[in-house]
Design a binder for this molecule. Structure first.
Ligand SMILES: C[S@@+](CC[C@H](N)C(=O)[O-])C[C@H]1O[C@@H](n2cnc3c(N)ncnc32)[C@H](O)[C@@H]1O
Length: 239
């Protein structure tokens, strides 16, 4: 997979992409991430990419022309058969979730546009295939949301995780219980078996894998009902 990120703050991506699973995916050549400074596509000598809003108001607005030029260049580098999507990060976009991460992880080429300032010229919306929000709150720019989205989808690319089954029963992932919704993962424990009187459930120490599996499913359902009943599909949803 190829990922192009258009940003005004390329340095922000140092660190998150140089560690852990994303780095491993890059090293294994399963993903190539290119960070581009939007100013590269500015037309004046001052590299201007923002301006005052028409009609007045506070803050600056990201200009449409540099983004248009950036996308024209970057899309040219995508081959015809490539499955590509251009994503605009925006608090007004569709809320991101695990199903979206799975969908994006199957594409060949993703382009992310990170907004900044007060926002972006409305016409930039027409240049994107989709608009993604990572939640109902306002961040300074689209850089952190892009990191969140990239991290979550890269770990789903086949071959990235050493044990791919790790993603199968994770919270929000389709699993054997899928027909009735997306569940939260069951509780996990590790040594010691008894910490200051807080004991690990006996069943997990029994070595009976069938019983453990059944216990985990039950726990998964129980905690989903308690914490996130909205994830459980009703009969009407399934029709
Ligand atoms: C300060 S925000 C602009 C918010 C805009 N004035 C509004 O009210 O919708 C600047 C940029 O940060 C990014 N951003 C902020 N919050 C976000 C969120 N929750 N999800 C995705 N992107 C976000 C977007 O790229 C946005 O253009």
């Amino acid at each position: 997979m190829k990922i192009d990120i258009v940003t005004l703050f390329p340095e922000m991506f140092k660190g998150p992409f140089d560690e852990s699973i994303v780095k491993r995916a890059i090293d294994k050549k399963l993903v190539k991430i290119n960070i581009h400074n939007l100013r590269k596509w500015a037309k004046d000598k001052y590299k201007t990419v923002d301006d005052h809003p028409y009609g007045g108001g506070v803050g600056m607005v990201m200009m449409v022309e540099p983004v248009y030029k950036a996308l024209k260049d970057l899309k040219k580098q995508s081959t015809i058969n490539n499955q590509q999507s251009t994503i605009l990060l925006s608090p007004q976009g569709k809320q991101y979730n695990q199903q979206k991460a799975q969908q994006l992880s199957k594409l060949d080429h993703l382009i992310f546009i990170c907004g900044h300032y007060e926002g972006f010229d409305e016409r930039i919306r027409q240049l994107a295939d989709e608009e993604i929000s990572i939640g109902d709150y306002i961040l300074t720019g689209g850089e952190l949301p892009t990191m969140v989205v990239v991290d979550s989808l890269v770990r789903l690319i086949p071959g990235v995780l050493e044990k791919p089954e790790a993603t199968k029963n994770e919270s929000f992932s389709p699993c054997s219980l899928r027909s009735i919704g997306y569940y939260l993962e069951h509780p996990q424990y590790t040594r010691p078996a008894n910490f200051k009187g807080w004991k690990v459930p006996e069943i997990l120490l029994s070595g009976d894998h069938k019983k453990i599996e059944a216990w985990r499913k039950k726990q998964s359902l129980k905690r989903t009902k308690k914490r996130r009943p909205d994830l459980i599909k009703t009969k009407t949803d399934l029709q």
